[in-house]
Design a protein around this ligand. Structure first.
Ligand code: URA
Length: 188
């Protein structure tokens, strides 16, 4: 089986879709490679593209805050995106781009073997949980697939635009903390 180091090195060379032509950096993922919890966002924004790390811009600051509210940080979870290269003008990734990038996330999944997967926003939730998943209606519920618990919640960038949803998003993180207590032995 491929190692994390091999996978990351190969991913950094990827030219599977046209996003590779406009990227500054591949944003592979960050965090604890032994974590039980995987967060999946949509794709890198401007700051992530420049720094090569997921969620380091304004949305990332909010994600860090929400993690800290339930005593988590980047050393206890792993954070990745559906697409590893920034879509121009931060547009949604095209289905073909997400498809082209999925083999990297699949390998990350195989290596990490997460117990809980948190999908940040519609793009990740619809790709990972169900194509018609509604974040507004179904956020915070845990859905088991092949022994792994998936939960969709608001994307932190959406929360910056619609702060009225922050209490509900915080509720989802509290539910996450409780679920971690139930199914993860090493996180807290
Ligand atoms: N938004 C995302 O979905 N992912 C990032 O890494 C940054 C912002």
């Amino acid at each position: 089986m491929v190692t994390w180091e091999e996978l990351e090195a190969r991913c950094r060379q990827c030219q599977n879709c046209p996003l590779s032509e406009t990227r500054t950096n591949v944003v592979f993922g960050v965090g604890n490679r032994q974590a039980d919890i995987l967060f999946i966002g949509e794709g890198p924004g401007e700051q992530e593209d420049l720094q090569g790390e997921p969620f380091v811009g304004p949305a990332g600051k909010l994600l860090d805050l929400m993690l800290s509210l339930i005593d988590l940080d980047r050393s206890k979870v792993y954070i990745a995106n559906i697409v590893k290269c920034r879509p121009p003008q931060n547009r949604d990734p095209l289905p073909a781009e997400s498809e082209a990038c999925m083999p990297w996330l699949r390998e990350q999944f195989r290596l990490l073997r997460p117990k809980i997967v948190v999908c940040l926003g519609r793009i990740a939730a619809q790709r990972m949980i169900r194509p018609d998943f509604s974040v507004t209606k179904e956020h915070g519920t845990f859905i088991e697939k092949n022994g792994i618990l998936f939960m969709g919640t608001f994307h932190p960038a959406a929360l910056l635009r619609q702060p009225q949803n922050k209490p509900e998003a915080f509720g989802d993180f509290v539910a996450l903390r409780d679920k971690i207590g139930e199914v993860c032995v090493h996180t807290y």
